[in-house]
Design a protein around this ligand. Sequence first.
Ligand SMILES: [Zn+2]
Length: 159
Amino acid sequence: MAISDDDLDRLGRCVELARTALDDGDEPFGSILVDAAGQTLFEDRNRVSGGDATQHPEFAIARWAAANLMPAERAGATVYTSGEHCPMCAAAHAWVGLGRIAYATSSAQLTQWLAEWGAPPPPVATLPINAVAPGVVVDGPAPAYADTMKSLYETKFRA
Ligand SMILES: [Zn+2]
């Protein structure tokens, strides 16, 4: 499945959430959960500034879905995210049986940009989602958001 215009709109919301996170001192990542009918059910953004580095929005979405959706609803839902799920979040997504993922920028792009800026790599390997969760349908990146996301990342991560 390719990235559609509706997908781009939803990824745009994720980028807005990433910017909000950055403005609040968190890392620039945002994500939303959309049901099979196209309704946004839940949205969140990175919240690591309090000292808990596991406060990723994709993890929050997996927990929200497990608490609030039946398994069939989870499978029919799509998670949109500004940056590709890390292995922790990819695992959580698969464990709770969520459906498709669409992302604006990939872990490979972030890894390359961090190296370009001389920033330290994350403590967890930047594996593609399908290396962790092989059954999940994944689409991305969306080149339309590459420059915007790179700029948000640069503000946060460039030494
Ligand atoms: Zn994560």
